[in-house]
Design a protein around this ligand. Structure first.
Ligand code: MRU
Length: 365
């Protein structure tokens, strides 16, 4: 995916072998590149949300494990690195999925082979993510066309998205935004409603940045506006990403997703969830009971940061000094509120059967 004057990927290796990322905590105001050169810098990058988004967290963790093998490739070193990275963020399942596969492969090798195999594994994860997200885009594009064809006017097709599930949340393309990029490339007349996504504003800061770089028409809205816009007929479809999907089709995604799904259901607006196979947690069924929901620091709610008039990034306090805040980062949308899953293998029903069908096709490939 070509981007003018910005890296094409969120994470890459230089010719010298260093691992670099876009530090997303500075966007949209500054493009800052951060070097991951150890287990600890990888841990920090994930924990502090320099990288975020389920697929990218998984890929970054793989490089973290590879770098750890450079320092201590013993069984205990491998176990320690695995656990350190796994503990960074609890909700997005791609982290466990990627680390689990990698750990299994490395533990079976002799120590001298581990570092080389680990970097190969991480590079392979990068390639795999790019292909997967591109294919999600191709299948999602078909859903966009179907919705557009039902629309009676030539007005732009209005798509709402929540949080950031674009290329910044993956390596390239992204999940929820990938179909939008494909539609834009094909010349479709689209407009994107971007939920700002408090408290960290991944919508206003990251999704809007991505879309503006591609010159895709978009409008940022406050998180509570979506329902009103749906009632007014101003949203034709919603596409969101996922941090974890259960085997029965419940979807865990950024806090606020559930309310959009409820409003979409009430207004008969199709609600699509774009998800790769790696985001499905086959070991659980009931999202609300079984998915650990990350609770982050209350300061993310009590303070807000942005670009001040002097060109510096500043943090300001929003609430009375003694007020407390709670900061649940994710919520669960039950499967019955999801129209379909957009995946790398096609479009599937949001049900146990739908996901079993996805699995069958995926395992054949
Ligand atoms: O806390 P984040 O920014 O890592 O959460 C990411 C999300 O929840 C996104 O909405 C996304 O849909 C999941 S990642 C493709």
């Amino acid at each position: 995916m070509q981007n003018k004057n910005i890296p094409n990927r969120t994470i890459w290796r230089t010719r010298g072998g260093d691992v670099k990322i876009i530090d997303q905590t500075h966007l949209p105001h500054r493009l800052v590149i951060y070097e991951i050169n150890s287990l600890n810098t990888a841990r920090k990058a994930i924990k502090e949300m320099k990288v975020r988004g389920a697929p990218l967290i998984g890929v970054t963790a793989c490089y973290g494990l590879a770098l750890a093998m450079n320092n201590d490739n013993s069984d205990s070193g491998l176990k320690f690195a695995y656990q350190t990275l796994l503990n960074t963020r609890p909700t997005a399942i791609n982290l466990r999925w990627a680390l689990g596969h990698m750990f299994k492969e490395l533990i079976s090798l002799s120590r001298s082979k581990r570092e080389h195999a680990a970097f190969n594994f991480a590079d392979e994860m990068v390639n795999r993510d790019i292909t997967t997200c591109r294919r999600i885009g191709e299948h999602g594009y078909e859903s966009i066309i179907k919705t557009r064809d039902k629309k009676k006017t030539n007005e732009p097709l209005n798509i709402l998205t929540h949080c950031n599930a674009g290329w910044l949340a993956a390596v390239e393309w992204g999940t929820a935004l990938s179909p939008i990029y494909k539609a834009n490339e094909a010349g479709c007349n689209i407009h994107v409603w971007v939920d700002e996504t408090r408290p960290r504003n991944q919508g206003a800061a990251l999704t809007a940045w991505e879309l503006s770089k591609k010159e895709i028409p978009h409008t940022i809205i406050v998180d509570n506006a979506g329902g009103h816009l749906m009632q007014k007929g101003l949203i034709d479809m919603c596409i969101v990403g996922a941090d974890r999907v259960t085997s029965s089709g419940d979807v865990c995604n950024k806090i606020g997703t559930y309310l959009k799904a409820l409003a979409a259901n009430d207004n008969k607006v199709p609600f699509y969830v774009a998800t790769p196979f790696s985001t499905i947690d086959w070991s659980i069924k009931n999202g609300l009971q079984e998915i650990p929901i990350e609770e982050r620091d209350q300061d993310e709610v009590l303070f807000i940061s942005g670009l001040a008039e002097n060109g510096k990034i500043r943090q300001i306090e929003l609430a009375p000094e003694n007020s407390k805040a709670s900061n649940y980062s994710f919520d669960v949308t039950p499967a019955h509120l999801v129209t379909s899953f957009i995946t790398e293998e096609g479009i599937f029903n949001a049900s146990q059967q739908g996901l079993e069908d996805f699995k069958k096709i995926h395992e054949k490939c």
